[in-house]
Design a protein around this ligand. Structure first.
Ligand code: HGY
Ligand code: MN
Ligand code: MN
Length: 406
């Protein structure tokens, strides 16, 4: 059997999917919106064109299954996600799903029967940009989140996940299990591109903690309220944002903290903000420092509200622990990368991925390819076709070995 994917076919599918949800220079396929539905329909159509059975589970995860000779063993699963942030590029998630599709296309083209089945997965709401938590589909699939809680999650307009799954026709009932999981993904960071390397052999994913917070002060007139009488919630949240950055620098070891959302209330130019909604995202790879860092972030949020004499409301929405992937799987990726003569480094992931949760239920690993300039979660996200093809070839060879294809 050919041990190389059809790069043109992969690229063409990636570019076609990249047109779904196109808004100006970016892509908007927020979880379960109309464009995400369109992307799901395009993907499931391609799966059916390949004669695959399409299964959809209770949280809308899609699995395209190519049976193997031995149906007793759970399949080798390759996949990622098709949902995006609101102004995305075309590679985040889609590369992993469509490389899995390309592998199935090649197996069919070469008429190869694998001993174990091969399945292509697209997990629901990996991004968490519309509904909390992120990696929702893989969390439910791996039992880390019960489906009722996931179904009840709602967006800024109060629309729930279950409403949307029903509306777009992806509230499924199918059961599924995975024997091994592999995910190809763009690095989304600066390492590979800046070091001129072709592949990242990913040995783990850093921990990710998310909070939704609100500071409550007192709305008042912007002209008549003297400074010493103000209880300005936005000022406190802005103070917190600066102190969180200092905290991340103090924690060190690659710690990062982001206040990605900050909304004053009532958000009127001549009213002292009485309320401020904000989000906090903390990441750290080392387990002990991840736990310590979470506690220190919460303490800082509390101290800052007291410093400004404000009430607060805080809820943690994500606590994805740092994971290290199965050694055997990491070695498999490294061996296949070497076999292809590609330059690489063993590294961990700064971004969260479905693999972070899949690693709790089956041997899992990831493959990275360079993001130009390290950009991602923005329209400027770009990865060269040759790099996408390199990654897909590493993925193909791992799948052939795991499924005992030839
Ligand atoms: O936030 C993340 O790292 C992932 O893209 N959801
Ligand atoms: Mn992703
Ligand atoms: Mn992403």
């Amino acid at each position: 059997m050919k041990q190389l994917v059809d790069g043109d076919r992969l690229w063409s599918s990636l570019m076609e999917m990249g047109q779904v949800g196109r808004e100006g220079d970016g892509v908007n396929r927020l979880a379960l919106n109309d464009a995400n539905k369109q992307g799901r329909e395009l993907f499931t159509g391609w799966l059916r064109d390949e004669g695959l059975e399409v299964r959809v589970d209770r949280i809308g995860n899609i699995f395209g299954v190519r049976e193997g000779a031995d149906q007793g063993e759970p399949p080798v699963v390759v996949g990622s996600h098709l949902d995006t942030v609101s102004e995305a590029g075309v590679f985040d998630g889609a590369l992993g799903v469509l490389s899995g599709l390309e592998i199935v296309r090649l197996l069919n083209q070469e008429d190869v029967e694998t001993r174990r089945g091969v399945a292509v997965a697209a997990f629901t709401n990996e991004e968490g940009a519309r509904f909390q938590p992120d990696m929702m589909g893989s969390m439910v699939f791996t039992g880390q989140l019960d489906v009722e809680t996931a179904w009840a999650a709602s967006d800024d307009d109060g629309v729930t996940v279950k409403d949307e799954l029903q509306r777009i026709g992806y509230l499924g009932k199918d059961e599924f299990n995975a024997g091994h999981y592999l995910e190809l993904h763009v690095e989304q960071g600066p390492v590979l591109h800046s070091e001129g390397l072709e592949v990242g052999v990913v040995e783990g994913v850093q921990g990710m903690a998310w909070w939704d917070g609100e500071y409550k002060g007192e709305a008042n007139h912007a002209g008549t309220t003297p400074l010493h009488l103000r209880r300005d919630a936005l000022l406190a949240a802005a103070d917190l944002c600066c102190r969180l950055r200092e905290k991340a620098e103090e924690l060190g070891h690659g710690s990062v903290v982001t206040m990605g959302r900050l909304h004053p209330k009532p958000d009127i130019r001549n009213v002292v903000p009485g309320g401020a909604f904000f989000t906090v995202d903390f990441r750290q790879y080392e387990r002990a420092l991840y736990e310590v860092g979470q506690k220190q972030v919460v303490k800082l949020i509390e101290e800052t509200s007291e410093r400004h004499g404000l009430e607060r409301h805080l809820v943690q929405t994500v606590d994805a622990k740092p994971v290290r992937f199965d050694r055997g799987m990491v070695e498999l990726v490294e061996r296949k990368t070497k076999e292809l003569g590609l330059s690489y480094k063993v590294m961990h992931s700064g971004a969260g991925h479905d693999a972070q949760f899949m690693s709790h239920v089956c041997p899992t690993a990831m493959i990275f390819v360079p993001s130009i300039g390290g950009r991602s979660h923005c329209p400027e996200e770009r990865t060269l076709k040759a790099d996408c093809v390199n990654g897909a070839n590493v993925l193909l060879r791992c799948v052939l070995e795991l499924s005992s294809g030839v």
